[in-house]
Design a protein around this ligand. Structure first.
Ligand SMILES: C[S@@+](CC[C@H](N)C(=O)[O-])C[C@H]1O[C@@H](n2cnc3c(N)ncnc32)[C@H](O)[C@@H]1O
Length: 199
């Protein structure tokens, strides 16, 4: 393993020890999961114009997969609330824009950082371990920011969709479940939530 990856894993564990519910996993996502997230994102983006925003970038494992899958660095913006992880991202990624902030304030973060239009939001936020009102604030912010027809890609370790049903119903979201990736630790599923084109 390369030195940067080793220090990333150690930093991730350190931040998890400090804020376990906000970080949500002991180790960064594995390669099969990050590839599935990236391939799903590329499919959702299609020929849409605008930025791809990654929420909860951590040490950048999903970021690397997005870049490998062909998302241009200049259209990728990473939102990370943890200051140490945001600093790590700035040190290790020169192409994407790094935005230190709270995903629940996504529309304001976009204005403040000159991001005008979104093609997709890809999230590895730990929605299962966050309080319900925080999840509601984040999902509302994401679908306020996304244009009609665009998608949020989100993985979960749980058996249910990571966006709770009342929220999906209120926002009229279409949900699509990917296959479970058993060889990730822990096994995970990639979900897509799409804002209806006519909404
Ligand atoms: C499960 S980790 C995922 C890290 C990385 N993307 C991966 O898959 O390995 C979740 C990340 O979300 C960040 N996070 C949690 N709540 C957040 C929020 N409200 N806004 C932005 N980032 C947040 C945490 O600091 C952590 O880096």
């Amino acid at each position: 393993m390369a030195p940067v990856e080793q220090s990333g894993t150690a930093l991730f564990l350190k931040r998890w020890l400090r804020r376990p519910f906000a970080v949500g996993a002991v180790v960064p996502s594995g390669p099969l999961l990050t590839r599935a997230m990236a391939e799903t994102t590329v499919a959702c983006v299609g020929d849409r114009m605008g930025h791809v925003i990654e929420l909860g970038a951590g040490t950048g494992e999903v970021t690397k997969a997005l870049l490998t899958a062909g998302i241009a660095p200049g259209r990728l913006a990473l939102v990370e609330r943890d200051p140490e992880l945001a600093t790590f991202l700035r040190t290790n990624f020169s192409g994407p824009q790094i935005i230190e902030g709270d995903a629940a304030h996504l529309p304001g973060l976009m204005v403040a950082n000159g991001v005008e239009r979104l093609a997709a939001v890809v999230s590895s936020l730990p929605l299962l371990s966050l309080p319900g009102e925080v999840v509601t604030a984040i999902v509302d912010a994401v679908f306020e920011a996304l244009p009609p027809g665009a998608s949020m890609i989100q993985f979960t370790y749980g058996p249910k969709p990571p966006v709770p049903q009342p929220l999906r119903d209120r926002l009229h979201l279409e949900s699509t479940r990917g296959r479970r990736i058993w060889r990730n630790v822990p096994p995970a599923v990639v979900w897509t939530f799409r804002k209806p084109a006519a909404a």
